[in-house]
Design a protein around this ligand. Structure first.
Ligand SMILES: [Zn+2]
Ligand SMILES: [Zn+2]
Length: 238
């Protein structure tokens, strides 16, 4: 059983992150859909595609893009470029395919994204990430605002009711989901006892998104993640 208060030396924390990155990249945690394993390579093109359901406004789309750009910049990641597709039928169909009782099952949605033909070069596609902003809610969960997965290169927002008007909170959520998309599978409270880092209950990487600020420990997590993915790619090439 995982213990949130488990003590990590800085060295062991970084080794733990590296091992997790490998597991998500080509190990037991890389996505398998219909028996086929998918290497998470969405980031290689740097393209992020944004789709919206009817009723999602331009300011909402721009807020999401701005926050992702801001976070990528803070984390010193290679810049992503964003392509806004709006309410494209392909994405609306994918949302419909991820519904259970009219609500979005995020795991179904992630699997559909990672295995879609649009990412498959042999079918005329290319690697990219997908973001869909919807007005629906998650399956048996009206509290969460979004979900994202690095392993699937996918992010989804559930902006039902008047959520689009709460711009300040939407910004925090978009930053939070950006951290997930950029490599953090879990939350700040998962690692409360890392040597050299003060545990910060105000970090953006708590489930409730208390602030916009990502604590230095979570920043370090994402930095180490990409260092390991870079190593993995060099191994694969060798
Ligand atoms: Zn944190
Ligand atoms: Zn989260």
């Amino acid at each position: 059983m995982w213990n949130n208060k488990h003590y990590f030396s800085l060295h062991n924390f970084r080794r733990h992150v590296a091992e997790a990155a490998t597991m998500y990249f080509r190990g037991s945690r890389s996505p398998v859909v219909n028996g086929r394993r998918y290497l998470p390579l969405w980031w290689t093109s740097g393209e992020v595609r944004i789709f919206t359901e009817q009723g999602i406004t331009d300011p909402t789309v721009n807020t999401v893009i701005d926050m992702l750009k801001q976070r990528a910049n803070e984390l010193d990641l290679k810049p992503f470029h964003f392509k806004v597709f709006g309410p494209h039928p392909s994405a609306l169909q994918q949302v419909r395919d991820s519904l259970v009782r009219g609500q979005i099952d995020p795991y179904k949605f992630f699997d559909i994204c990672v295995s879609e033909d649009y990412r498959d070069q042999s079918k005329g596609g290319m690697q990219h990430a997908d973001i869909v902003i919807t007005k629906r809610s998650f399956l048996d969960d009206t509290v969460s605002w979004g979900a994202a997965s690095w392993a699937h290169g996918a992010m989804i927002f559930t902006l039902h009711g008047d959520r689009q008007h709460h711009t300040a909170f939407l910004k925090k959520v978009a930053l939070h989901e950006a951290n997930h998309l950029f490599g953090m599978p879990l939350h700040c409270d998962h690692y409360q006892n890392v040597d050299g880092y003060r545990y910060d209950t105000r970090c953006n990487m708590h489930y409730c998104c208390p602030t916009e600020v990502l604590c230095p420990k979570c920043k370090d997590f994402i930095t180490q993640w990409w260092l390991q993915i870079e190593r993995e790619c060099n191994i694969t090439k060798a």
